[in-house]
Design a protein around this ligand. Structure first.
Ligand SMILES: Cc1ncc(CO)c(N)n1
Length: 222
């Protein structure tokens, strides 16, 4: 482990396995080739709307706790952008899927969404600032990498292609670069690095579980 290596690169290794598994997941294969059933995609979009609301709050928490003005500003902007994405993307996609905002509230967050949201909110509130950053980083980074792969392959389905364009585009790319650059300014002790690694791996695994929950249309037992 070289200390000259950027923190983000050292963290990426903790999520590499989850990332490889995500690329092989039938949900993403189906998104890319257009074979994904609408019911699964609708499940994903509903759950992701709930997720993004919590994610935005987690980023606001990091903004409030950030050690520099640049970091306060960056997380505040990204928090607002998460709300904008939730509104723009989900309102249009939800409409096309025949769902209303009332359906969204009625369905509510499922088991995996609740676990992932709770984890991000707890870690950004109660961990060190670096730990909080490590927990949210896979959300940025894995989506960009997934977006890039999907944009390269394209999707024959217009709805799926629209979703892919959000995360495979230049705008999201720049947002992720900002988050990675901020990560690489953080100084962490070996003990704090170990905690950051665990958070990165945990969030990366939740990312896989999030796709899988949509694929299975996972529900609460009662
Ligand atoms: C579950 C999940 N993770 C990350 C992103 C990207 O912000 C998203 N929209 N949803």
């Amino acid at each position: 482990m070289s200390s000259a290596e950027p923190l983000s690169a050292r963290l990426w290794r903790a999520g590499e396995h989850a990332y490889a598994r995500i690329l092989q997941h039938p949900f993403l294969i189906g998104l890319a080739d257009g074979s994904l059933p609408r019911e699964q995609f609708a499940h994903y979009i509903v759950q992701d709307a709930h997720y993004l609301r919590a994610y935005s709050r987690a980023l606001s928490t990091l903004s409030a706790r950030a050690p520099t003005e640049d970091a306060v500003r960056m997380f505040a902007l990204h928090s607002a952008e998460a709300i904008d994405v939730e509104r723009a993307l989900h309102e249009s996609l939800l409409g096309d899927l025949g769902l209303t905002p009332a359906d969204l509230d009625r369905i509510g967050p499922g088991p995996t969404t609740t676990a992932y949201m709770s984890y991000l909110l707890a870690t950004t509130a109660s961990g060190s600032f670096a730990e909080g950053v490590a927990a949210v980083l896979p959300c940025y980074w894995i989506y960009r990498e997934v977006g890039r792969v999907l944009v390269r392959d394209g999707s024959p389905d217009e709805l799926y292609a629209r979703w892919i364009a959000t995360y495979g585009g230049d705008e999201f790319d720049a947002v992720v670069d900002q988050a990675l650059a901020l990560t690489d300014t953080l100084q962490v002790s070996p003990a704090e690095f170990a905690a950051c690694e665990r958070h990165f791996a945990m969030a990366a695994r939740y990312e896989w579980m999030f796709w899988d929950a949509a694929w299975q249309r996972l529900q609460w037992p009662f």
